[in-house]
Design a protein around this ligand. Structure first.
Ligand SMILES: Cc1cc2nc3c(=O)[nH]c(=O)nc-3n(C[C@H](O)[C@H](O)[C@H](O)COP(=O)(O)O)c2cc1C
Length: 135
């Protein structure tokens, strides 16, 4: 399995209803591909974590790249994964600017740096715990 984290610019025209459509598609399609994760939308940005079998995640990511509801997707980090962090969510939806979350902004700042997979995993795990605690 792999875990991929990217951030993209939401299209200026994207509505709350369209974000719900994205989540509906994701929740319908992802279980068959063994993909779990979260999607955060706010402040003109999308941030998504996709975790699951490598080929499935990469194929879905490539498909998502073509979606006109966003552009300028940048992978923040990608790494092998032994277990799921977002296993509860076929695609969790969170409203808010992703960069307001310290864990995300730290990883954003270190984009294109060599971040050890263990560091990335730890940060994602802490982030998920924080999101869980907030529910
Ligand atoms: C930011 C973003 C994230 C998305 N995430 C997913 C996803 O996790 N799974 C998914 O199937 N589609 C996702 N989509 C939607 C796909 O681009 C595409 O519209 C959808 O897979 C089409 O499937 P459908 O014809 O079954 O609705 C996402 C789109 C955007 C803009």
């Amino acid at each position: 399995m792999i875990r991929l984290l990217y951030i993209s610019n939401a299209s200026p025209a994207v509505s709350e209803e369209q974000v719900q459509d994205i989540l509906t598609s994701a929740r319908r399609n992802n279980p068959a591909h063994g993909i779990t994760g979260i999607l955060i939308h706010g402040g003109g940005l999308f941030m998504q974590v996709l975790e699951g079998p490598e080929q499935k995640v990469l194929r879905q990511y490539v498909k998502i790249l073509d979606d006109r509801r966003h552009d300028d997707a940048r992978i923040l980090h990608i790494s092998p994964a032994n277990s799921r962090i977002f296993e509860k969510w076929s695609m969790g939806g969170i409203a808010g600017n992703p960069l307001q979350f310290q864990h995300v902004s730290d990883l954003f700042a270190r984009r294109l740096e060599v971040v050890q997979p263990t560091t990335f995993t730890k940060t994602m795990r802490e982030f998920a715990q924080m999101l869980n605690a907030g529910k």
